[in-house]
Write a protein that binds this ligand. Structure first.
Ligand SMILES: [Zn+2]
Length: 130
């Protein structure tokens, strides 16, 4: 089954983030540790993304929507989202993920629009308590 990848905007994500069934996947590489991040996002660096897809699937058990982003969501974000969607199509097993999305303009756009960011060093980030 081919899954298409859609983009969502920061304001759409902001309202979706309140749902417990959504996971934000940050695929930036080392920048994540020096820059801030979207609260509650999980980190899977694009450099090792493909080999870690099975771990990611474990991590997002119970979620139905994944939102990928990198710094700008121009290269790494969409490519990881695509690899993830292809992987799901290949395993032909329903892991419960219905939507694979990419955050438009990435983390930089998110932060530039003044949306809330988190600067913790926790792995995984526990996120803000909304
Ligand atoms: Zn954090």
């Amino acid at each position: 089954m081919a899954r298409s990848i859609s983009y969502i905007t920061g304001s759409q994500l902001l309202s979706l983030k309140r749902r417990p069934s959504i996971a934000v996947v940050d695929v930036r590489d080392d920048e994540r540790s020096c820059d801030a991040h979207i609260a509650g996002s999980i980190h899977y660096a694009s450099g090792t993304f493909s080999e870690k897809i099975p771990n990611l699937i474990q991590d997002v058990k119970g979620k139905d929507t994944l939102v990928f982003h990198c710094a700008l969501s121009q290269v790494r974000g969409p490519s990881c989202a695509r690899r993830f969607a292809d992987y799901l199509a290949e395993i032909k097993e329903d892991v419960g993920i219905k939507n694979v999305l990419v955050l438009e303009r990435g983390f930089n756009g998110w932060q530039a629009s003044g949306r809330p960011v988190c600067r913790c060093n926790d792995i995984p980030c526990k996120g803000e308590k909304a």
